[in-house]
Design a protein around this ligand. Structure first.
Ligand SMILES: Cc1ncc(COP(=O)(O)O)c(C=O)c1O
Length: 375
């Protein structure tokens, strides 16, 4: 059976908007080359689109264009930032909500550089009180605070602005993983470094992310190679953003991102996020009194459109497969967030996650609820 209800926008948004498809196709049909990799008009055209994409991300992060580097995704960006920021013996404070693209590099850096990692667990309501950061920072000199802006399992948003303030007061750097929020919410929260993928709420193709640093901060590049600039030198350039962009870029995805950003409403926290969150709330209301289902709802307050649940009688993977057969594309398992399941009580098998988009019709949620209630 083909999927009729796509409900996994937290993994990647689908379908991409027409304007994004048109921009990507235009690159394949009429451009085909990358900025700085040739002398022709196509390279100049590519440079214009890349500059537009860079300006758009710089505006979202309230930094200058030269402080935005494009990478292959949040995974590369987070690895890069963590490796650039953490040195031998450093202490880092992070949260139990983190994605594997933070958790696993930190684990590797514990072995390689003997860093120490303190993980703040969620409170009883499933949120994270940012006030808990100050005592942790006071207890020990801390190089870095690293937090996701929103959980990709429960949808709860963390108070990133308060965390950024606390980190700054303690002299620590604040790294924000905005993968689940950029395009939905304001990511200009005062972080020193913002990293995100562009293929979720921003609706660009996969294989593209960014590292945006506050003006004045410069990270050491973690890979060297061709940058299309300073080509006679055998040393890697130090100028940003070229220093961070070694290798032929993902220019078709950058064309898609530029097109997506041109159409992004100035009020990113507005109607589209509200529409998607309303779909989650609709589903949660429909399932709330159904005893076999335990909803892992976020506390009241800012959230992104993610609803996780477990079913008393079905393993999440089994239920995911059943839903797939019935035409619902959801995601089951741990959602690459290995730490959070300790507090959710879902370590063994994870959850079923439903993540609608702004254009998901209410009928999709009703059909999903009807299916689940009939089990
Ligand atoms: C919170 C969070 N961080 C990081 C990532 C990694 O993004 P990517 O796989 O595009 O590198 C994801 C992707 O699901 C995510 O949800």
């Amino acid at each position: 059976m083909t999927t009729t209800h796509y409900l996994d926008h937290a993994a990647t948004s689908f379908p991409k908007p027409e304007r994004v498809l048109a921009a990507v196709l235009h690159w394949f049909a009429a451009v085909g080359v990358s900025a700085g990799r040739g002398d022709g008009a196509g390279c100049r055209r590519a440079a214009i689109e890349v500059a537009a994409a860079r300006a758009g991300i710089a505006a979202l992060c309230n930094t200058s264009e030269s402080s935005v580097a494009f990478v292959s995704g949040a995974t590369e960006g987070l690895n890069l930032a963590l490796r650039a920021l953490l040195h031998h013996g450093d202490h880092v404070i992070t949260t139990a909500f983190e994605h594997s693209s933070v958790v696993r590099p930190l684990r590797a850096l514990q072995r390689e550089r003997a860093i120490s990692v303190e993980v703040i667990e969620p409170g009883p309501d499933g949120g994270l009180d940012a006030a808990r950061l100050a005592p942790a920072l006071a207890a020990r000199p801390t190089r870095l605070v690293c937090a996701t802006h929103a959980s990709n399992v429960t949808g709860v948003c963390l108070d990133a602005a308060a965390m950024a303030r606390a980190a700054r007061q303690a002299g620590a750097t604040f790294l924000l993983d905005a993968s689940q929020t950029v395009g939905w919410l304001d990511v200009d929260v005062g972080a020193d470094v913002v990293v995100a993928s562009c293929h979720k709420a921003l609706a660009a193709p996969p294989g593209l992310g960014f590292v945006a640093v506050r003006d004045g901060l410069r990270l050491a590049p973690q890979k060297q190679g061709g940058t299309g600039s300073s080509q006679a030198l055998d040393e890697h350039p130090t100028d940003w953003p070229a220093a961070f962009e070694a290798g032929t870029p993902n220019t078709p995805a950058l064309f898609g991102l530029a097109a997506a950003l041109r159409a992004l409403p100035p009020d990113t926290a507005g109607a589209r996020l509200a529409a998607a969150v309303a779909r989650c709330e609709q589903l949660e209301q429909l399932l709330a009194d159904h005893t076999p289902i335990r909803l892992l709802r976020p506390p009241p307050g800012p959230r992104v459109p993610v609803t996780s649940f477990v079913h008393r009688d079905y393993d999440p993977a089994e239920l995911g497969a059943m839903l797939d057969s019935a035409g619902f594309h959801v995601r089951s398992g741990h959602h690459c967030a290995p730490w959070l399941h300790r507090s959710l009580g879902t370590r063994a098998a994870g959850t079923v996650r439903v993540s609608p988009g702004a254009d998901t019709p209410p009928a999709s949620m009703q059909a999903l609820a009807d299916f689940l209630l009939a089990l």
